[in-house]
Design a protein around this ligand. Structure first.
Ligand code: GDD
Length: 354
């Protein structure tokens, strides 16, 4: 155990505090920090759990019950013996409160959501219940069960909607003008987190994360949909790829880099709101070009538009200014856009050549 790890994943306690896993370093006593993650089985939840386990945290998390339990833990199968999972749901405040009361976490990461923007037009009420009321349920459970903990809320660049500053960026001070039920629900979550920070003096943090991807991304989000289809086309397993709007721009980073940012902002003494982004933007078309050319193909020969994948209202352009987290906390992404997309394509090539 290095001193560095003691700082990050362990917390200093008084000698009287009883805990099975206390370690002594000279005069000082430490125990593992405890984290509670909603959405632990999702892309970000799984990277975050991995990262925190590695730092020495005791990690707890909830997964939603569904009728095919075989698939529910796919992304965290490799952590089976290292994390504690429970059934839970953001709509079940009583259950959340009982768990928080029992676990008494030091840090709560509220990452669970109905996270698909186009699908939020199909199931708007469920989206708003989960992403807006769900945040309030978590805050109430936290306020009652463990108010000394710190609370992270997964806020989103989708909240900016149509607003772009004169220098073509969106940042912490940009006005929010959401264009989807998902975006509207996230604005409520963001605001109620700020409200509870001021009203009850709780340590609540908003991470305003721009799009973040990885091989663990659901394959109905555009990057992984394109990466997976291109790999299948290359291997002769698929002929065409149907997409919606190819002229929207996104600021795409890697989920691994973004969960490091979540943890970092939770270690800062002052609770605040932080934009996390690469500060670059690319169109869906450019992303297709990059992915197909990595495989020696021309995307124009395979990609067709299907109106089914268009949105009733589109968010055309995102580019985040993450100067605040870079200068105050020293965060930097480690992946370039190209490296990330190639990692995703190579992942699918491996899956389908087995
Ligand atoms: N999903 C999808 N499928 N998107 C497509 C397709 C398609 O077939 N064709 C074009 N697109 C375009 C969408 O219209 C959108 O402009 C862009 O690709 C990105 O879509 P998604 O990958 O679905 O992500 P998103 O930007 O809508 O939302 C993601 O990022 C948000 C952060 O801004 C999600 O991860 C949200 O949960 C997250 O908050």
């Amino acid at each position: 155990m290095t001193n560095n790890k003691i700082k990050l994943g362990w917390i200093e306690i008084s000698p009287e505090e009883s805990n099975l896993e206390i370690i002594d370093v000279g005069e000082k006593h430490f125990r593992r920090k405890k984290a509670f993650i909603t959405g632990i089985a999702g892309q970000d939840g799984s990277y975050l759990a991995e990262y925190l386990v590695d730092l020495g945290y005791e990690v707890h998390g909830i997964v939603r019950r569904n009728s095919t339990p075989e698939n529910q833990h796919n992304r965290i199968d490799h952590l089976e013996d290292k994390v504690h999972t429970y059934y839970g749901d953001l709509l079940d405040q009583g259950g959340l409160e009982r768990l928080l009361d029992k676990i008494q976490p030091d840090e709560i990461y509220n990452i669970a959501a109905q996270s698909h923007v186009r699908i939020s037009f199909d199931i708007p009420q469920f989206t708003v219940q989960t992403n807006a009321l769900g945040v309030l349920n978590m805050l109430e459970a936290y306020r009652r069960a463990c108010p000394k903990a710190k609370f992270y809320q997964a806020s989103s660049s989708e909240m900016f909607g149509l607003s772009v500053e004169d220098d073509n960026f969106q940042r912490e001070t940009t006005v929010m003008n959401p264009v989807s039920p998902y975006g509207c629900s996230k604005v409520f979550g963001y605001n109620i987190v700020r409200n509870y920070r001021r009203a009850y003096k709780l340590h609540t943090v908003n991470g305003i994360l721009f799009n973040h991807e990885s091989p663990r991304r659901g394959s109905n989000f555009v990057t992984n949909k394109v990466a997976k289809a291109a790999a299948k086309i290359k291997l002769g397993l698929q002929d065409k790829l149907e997409l919606g709007n190819m002229d929207s721009y996104r600021d795409w980073g890697h989920s691994y880099d973004y969960v490091r940012a979540m943890h970092l902002m939770m270690q800062h003494d002052e609770p605040s709101d932080w934009v996390v982004s690469t500060m670059e933007t690319h169109s869906v078309r450019e992303m297709c070009e990059l992915v197909f050319s990595h495989l020696g193909l021309n995307y124009k020969d395979y990609v067709v538009q299907n109106p089914k994948f268009l949105r009733p209202e589109e968010l055309p352009y995102l580019k985040g200014d993450s100067t605040k987290i870079r200068t105050k906390l020293g965060w930097e992404p480690t992946y370039t856009f190209k490296e990330m997309m190639e990692e995703m394509v190579d992942h699918w090539l491996k899956v389908y050549t087995k």
